[in-house]
Design a protein around this ligand. Structure first.
Ligand SMILES: NC(=O)c1ccc[n+]([C@@H]2O[C@H](COP(=O)([O-])OP(=O)(O)OC[C@H]3O[C@@H](n4cnc5c(N)ncnc54)[C@H](O)[C@@H]3O)[C@@H](O)[C@H]2O)c1
Length: 286
């Protein structure tokens, strides 16, 4: 259902890979709410994924770009303004990848070149994106910039690895740049900390199925879906949140405020023995 919350607004959506991607749902909802948008992802993701399908459906042009390349980002902002006919009102950063996770390097055996890549792709790209936009004066007064984060920025979760450090940095960038861009141009910068969600990036995390189930049992409202995340993004892009900036906004069904729930405790008690063994059956002490 459309409430025309983004009527006449122009946006850029980074990170739609396939129809499971959170960015895919955000792009669909943004257009439904009256926005015109461009889409962007890496050349490889464009080839491997199904973004062209989304592009056709939404009549939104795809601009190939590696979000770690300042030059590519300059192209994205220049072309988007040209295509959409003016300054940009909202930007979604929906980008995350850890080569250490991919290569199954554990947190106490990180490859540091890969750690640099994790941080560059998943956090510094957010800074680059905002710095490029600001230098080009590509965002309209009162515009809204969002990135997607995860509670591992504040709390330690098994298997999230160096992505936890990337998310902590991402949220810090939102605060540091939010101050400057807000002060100078009234541009809002926030992060939304989303529940674990079954996507290509999500399912790369070790033990992801168990994490999804655990979060769901722990959260009074249950896990937030990708579509529900898209709804929250729309509100943050809209004029209904003009004075919200420099925040990390939890969109997790209440998970981040919980310690233990009855549903999680019940399951824990049922599988008490197994919970203290790893996948090889070795006993793990707390
Ligand atoms: N899925 C979850 O459980 C979950 C939970 C909280 C936050 N998030 C965050 O949501 C965001 C979107 O992830 P998703 O779950 O929709 O998965 P996804 O795999 O669909 O999206 C990740 C995107 O990052 C893109 N990307 C990777 N390297 C890039 C680069 N160098 N330049 C440009 N784009 C690049 C990929 O092509 C892909 O489109 C990520 O920041 C992720 O950390 C996901």
């Amino acid at each position: 259902m459309s409430n025309n919350l983004l009527k006449g607004k122009r946006g850029i959506v980074f990170g739609a890979l396939n129809d499971m991607s959170i960015a895919w749902k955000v792009a669909e909802r943004a257009v439904e709410e009256g926005a015109s948008i461009t889409l962007t992802n890496t050349e490889l993701a464009i080839r491997m994924g199904t973004i062209d399908e989304l592009s056709k459906k939404l009549n939104a042009e795809v601009i190939p770009a590696d979000a770690t390349s300042v030059e590519d980002l300059e192209k994205v902002f220049a072309k988007s303004q040209e295509i959409l006919g003016g300054k940009i009102d909202f930007v979604l950063h929906s980008i995350g990848m850890s080569p250490n996770v991919r290569k199954k390097r554990t947190y106490d055996d990180l490859d540091y070149d890969l750690l640099s890549k994790t941080l560059d792709i998943s956090a510094v790209s957010f800074h680059k994106m905002i710095q490029v936009a600001k230098k080009m004066d590509a965002i309209s007064e009162g515009g809204s910039i969002l990135a997607l984060s995860y509670v591992a920025a504040q709390r330690t979760l098994f298997g999230y690895n160096d992505m936890a450090d990337a998310k902590a940095m991402l949220e810090s960038i939102a605060r540091s740049f939010g101050y400057i861009y807000g002060r100078e141009k009234g541009v809002r910068i926030n992060t939304i900390s989303q529940s674990p969600t079954m996507t290509t990036a999500g399912s790369g995390i070790k033990g992801f199925d168990g994490l999804v189930d655990f979060s769901n049992r722990m959260s009074p409202l249950g896990n937030a879906s990708a579509s529900e995340c898209a709804d929250y993004c729309i509100v943050m892009f809209s004029d209904l949140t003009k004075k919200v900036t420099m925040q990390n906004l939890f969109h997790d069904g209440g998970f981040s405020s919980m310690g233990m729930s009855l549903r999680a405790m019940t399951q824990y008690n049922k599988s008490f023995e197994n919970d203290f063994k790893d996948e090889n059956g070795n006993i793990i002490y707390g």
